[in-house]
Every structure is written in structure tokens, then in C-alpha cells.
Design a protein around this ligand. Structure first.
Ligand code: COA
Length: 160
């Protein structure tokens, strides 16, 4: 059932909850220090958390480099999955990317991660190639979405 989800920029106060979700979501989780560095030192980065009531239910982030956004991470606490939390976060991240001038957004996903691939396809991302050995045990599927109204114009295509 859809929940009432709010999103807000991630702060250091969210990190304990974020790390808990990270460690239960990924086989090779980011460290708390990695998140701290992203929050404090990376001017290209934007991270948000999703809340259901007061509770952190998920988080995600982008880098925006000139006119291209890259989704760096996205995860939802298990108890809140399949309730629209990732949808709310991905829409908010895309809105932020557009606000920062991005004309396209890319990401890598495990080919075996059918839940995430389905989410991205729902948003109009399409598979555009494979990054060999991107994960320790799997290639990375590169997905792409134009953020302009014009679709498939060469100006909006990712650099190869
Ligand atoms: C992938 C993930 C972020 C989805 O989060 P979520 O909040 O459950 O997603 P939503 O509820 O917004 O679902 C939106 C759509 O995604 C797809 N989806 C989500 N979970 C799915 C699942 N288990 N199986 C198939 N499709 C799924 C569906 O198309 C869904 O739409 P629907 O519910 O109308 O069918 C979540 O499963 C997760 O945190 N996974 C572990 C971390 C991860 O893999 N992150 C992505 C790294 S690239």
C-alpha cells in the first residue's frame, strides 16, 4: 500500500539509520566514512533520505557533473519496500538533477537485480551497455534516461 513518504537532504544525523539500511541491503556496503565524505567534501553530490513519519525508510544520491547526473546509490529498508519509497526518492533525485542542469541521468545496476531494474524501467531508463567486472562478482548494466523533452537526440546521449 502506498505510504506517505517525505524526502529531505541527508545530514550527518541520518547516518546511523542510513548505515543500518546500507548494511542490510548490499553485499559490499559503503562505510559510514564514505557517506560522510560524500556529504562534507563532494560538492557535486546530493543525497537525500526518505522518511515515513520520523523514521528513515531509505536514501539515495546523485552526482551532477556539468549536464550529466549519475545515480550513485538507492536503497529502502526492507520493512518499507514495495510501498513507493524508492519511487518517491528517485523522482525527487531526478527533479534535483534537472534543477542542477542535468540533461541525462545514468546508473549502474546488477543485471540480476530485477527489482531495481524494474523500478528504473518504470521511470523510462533503458539499458545502454555493460561495464565489465563493475561488481566483484558481476558486470554492471549501464542504464540511461534523457531528462529533456527531446528523446534520443544525439546531444542528450551519454558519452561513450
Ligand atoms: C530496488 C529498491 C530500491 C526498490 O525500492 P521500493 O521502495 O521497494 O520500490 P517501490 O515500492 O517504489 O517500487 C517501484 C517499482 O519498482 C519495481 N519493484 C520494486 N521492488 C520489486 C520487486 N521486489 N520485484 C519486482 N519489481 C519490483 C516495481 O516495478 C515497482 O512498481 P510496483 O510496485 O507498482 O510493481 C529496493 O528493493 C531496495 O532497496 N533493494 C536493495 C538495494 C538495491 O538493490 N538498490 C538498487 C541498487 S542499483
Amino acid at each position: 500500500m502506498p505510504l506517505t513518504v517525505t524526502t529531505a537532504p541527508m545530514t550527518a544525523a541520518d547516518l546511523e539509520a542510513v548505515i543500518g539500511i546500507e548494511e542490510s541491503s548490499f553485499e559490499q556496503p559503503w562505510s559510514e566514512q564514505s557517506f560522510r565524505t560524500e556529504l562534507v567534501k563532494n560538492d557535486l553530490a546530493y543525497y537525500l533520505v526518505a522518511r515515513v513519519g520520523e523514521r528513515v525508510a531509505g536514501y539515495g544520491g546523485i552526482w551532477v557533473i556539468i549536464n550529466e547526473a549519475h545515480l550513485t546509490t538507492l536503497a529502502v529498508e526492507r520493512a518499507f519496500r514495495r510501498s513507493g519509497v524508492a519511487t518517491a526518492m528517485l523522482q525527487a533525485l531526478i527533479d534535483k538533477a534537472v534543477e542542477k542542469g542535468a540533461r541525462r541521468i545514468t546508473l549502474e545496476v546488477r543485471p540480476s537485480n530485477l527489482a531495481a531494474r524494474s523500478l528504473y524501467e518504470k521511470f523510462g531508463f533503458t539499458a545502454r551497455g555493460v561495464r565489465k567486472n563493475y561488481y566483484i562478482d558481476e558486470d554492471g548494466l549501464i542504464m540511461y534516461k534523457s531528462l529533456t523533452n527531446r528523446s534520443r537526440e544525439s546531444d542528450d546521449e551519454p558519452a561513450s
